[in-house]
Design a protein around this ligand. Structure first.
Ligand SMILES: *Cc1c(COP(=O)(O)O)cnc(C)c1O
Length: 414
């Protein structure tokens, strides 16, 4: 069958050899998957999920028992007091934006302690001018960069003791930066450190791409709020859109009143058929995240064997589902992404090209032959067209499909 996809025997042999060597890593991934699956099932049973929860509401969305119960299930799985889980969120970036506007007031300081946040937040914060930014409302932004892939504890302590910071943002995944993603151990340590200096500062985690990679989420060790996208990990490839904000009850309530309106908050918001998708997506998510991780580990191993600089390396502890490959030149980056597209179930005959995407500063190439537009829990690969020409690959609904995509992409660069 691989021959029918135009994949050379040499590449298939390299894949087989690589698979032998990464077996122990796969075992660890399966163990985490098992743990998270049980956690999900427990939450379904504790909340008596039944057919009635798959129903839907329209209009205002009052009394949507499926929506309200799905929020309880997500909160339990995430180790959070409460959760706002809505299809009214366009995406993760929108949920992050709603959270920031909900918690910050004029004169407040927002501090990022892992360098510049994800590119789509530039105009939200006002790092790039926009008349609707937080900055335009008089909210100040400050940033402390990472120090050799860990937090700069000294700088954080100095800043917190200097004057009041309202909110600290920590981004678990690397986004389009060249830094490493932050492991749960590192985040737990810094959260404890910060809370010892100022227990009232709101710690908000951009949890995108991190869910179910480990056995717990940052909310379980004291982060106040976590935010993520449902067209990534927790949607399990089933949710058609949406995002979540989970954590402390009063903060989730503030976010709800910003998403909808003051006085109505979580009580409104029609689910329009999303309840079953959200629950089924969560049900599949541990296994889908495991497939994505296996796909990433295989790609890491094979591309390293072929002489490319990869991050993480196949046997490194992973903090998210993202695999980066440094190509060093534009053409290979583009070809690799095109190869991923060719291995997709949808639009496999389209050839992606770099373009000026809204919200991003450089040209970006994005490959995703996905059932859901822009879904990156489905195998996808993208990269900003700037040196050192790094591809950011993630997703894979099943390992077998993910593997085919990787083999096709490798074929195209060889
Ligand atoms: C993907 C991503 C986002 C934004 O999520 P969208 O659903 O694409 O808007 C934010 N932060 C990080 C780290 C991400 O990887």
């Amino acid at each position: 069958m691989y021959e029918q996809f135009g994949i050379d025997e040499k590449i298939v042999n390299l894949m087989k050899k690589s698979e032998d060597e990464i077996k122990p890593i796969f075992k660890e991934i399966e163990e985490v998957c098992e743990y998270n699956s049980l956690k999900v099932l427990k939450a379904f049973q504790d909340n008596n999920i039944s057919d009635m929860h798959f129903g839907t509401t329209t209009g205002y969305g009052y009394g949507d028992v499926g929506r309200d119960t799905a929020e309880k299930v997500f909160a339990q799985v995430l180790g959070a007091e409460d959760c706002l889980l809505r299809n009214q969120f366009i995406s993760g970036s929108h949920a992050l934006t709603v959270a920031l506007f909900a918690f910050l007031r004029p004169g407040d300081v927002m501090l990022s302690i892992c360098g510049k946040p994800y590119d789509t937040l530039d105009e939200v914060i006002g790092i790039v001018d926009n008349p609707s930014s937080l900055k335009s409302f008089g909210i100040k932004y400050e940033q402390i960069d990472l120090n050799e892939n860990d937090f700069d504890y000294e700088a954080i302590e100095t800043r917190l003791k200097q004057s009041k910071v309202k909110l600290i943002e920590i981004q678990r995944s690397r986004g389009y930066a060249t830094r490493k993603s932050l492991t749960l151990d590192k985040i737990e340590k810094v959260v404890t450190f910060i809370k010892n200096i100022d227990k009232d500062v709101i710690i908000m985690i951009d949890n995108c791409y991190g869910e179910f990679v480990g056995k717990y989420e940052p909310t379980s060790f004291g982060a106040d709020i976590i935010v993520g996208s449902l067209i990534k990990n927790l949607g399990g490839g089933i949710a058609s859109n949406g995002a979540y904000i989970a954590g402390k009850k009063e903060l989730v309530e503030l976010a709800a009143e910003r998403l909808t309106l003051p006085g109505e908050g979580k009580e409104v918001g029609p689910s329009l058929g999303a309840n079953k998708q959200f629950l089924q997506g969560l049900f599949m998510a541990p296994s889908v995240v495991a497939s994505s991780l296996k796909t990433a580990v295989l790609a890491s191993k094979m591309l390293e064997e072929l002489g490319y600089k990869v991050q993480p390396r196949f046997n490194e502890k992973r903090a998210d589902i993202v695999q980066t490959i440094e190509f060093g030149n534009e053409e290979k980056l583009i070809k690799y992404c095109q190869g991923i597209q060719m291995g997709s179930p949808v639009d496999s005959n389209s050839i992606p090209e770099p373009w000026d995407m809204p919200g991003y500063t450089d040209k970006v190439i994005m490959a995703a032959g996905a059932f859901t537009q822009g879904s990156s829990i489905e195998l996808s690969c993208d990269g900003p067209i700037r040196p050192p020409y790094i591809a950011f690959m993630q997703g894979g609904l099943t390992y077998e499909y993910g593997k085919l995509g990787v083999l096709k992409a490798i074929s195209r660069i060889i």
